[in-house]
Write a new protein. Structure first.
Length: 68
């Protein structure tokens, strides 16, 4: 098992993902300013858990969403 670093996201600036513009309450927020990682949280629960993805897999995920 790999050791997962604990990132301090207390000062992160969060914004809604452009893919969350469809309306409703199902919104993701991402934080900028972390070149190697992409922090993600649920906008309905901003104090809840955050997920942290490495930048390369996150970019591949977004590309797959764009191309269906």
């Amino acid at each position: 098992m790999r050791n997962i670093p604990d990132y301090d996201l207390s000062t992160a600036t969060w914004h809604k993902s452009s893919y969350s513009a469809g309306g409703g309450d199902n919104c993701l927020e991402v934080a900028d300013g972390h070149p190697a990682i992409v922090p993600v949280r649920d906008s309905k629960n901003p104090h809840g858990p955050k997920l942290v993805f490495r930048a390369e897999p996150w970019s591949a995920f977004v590309e797959n969403l764009k191309h269906g």
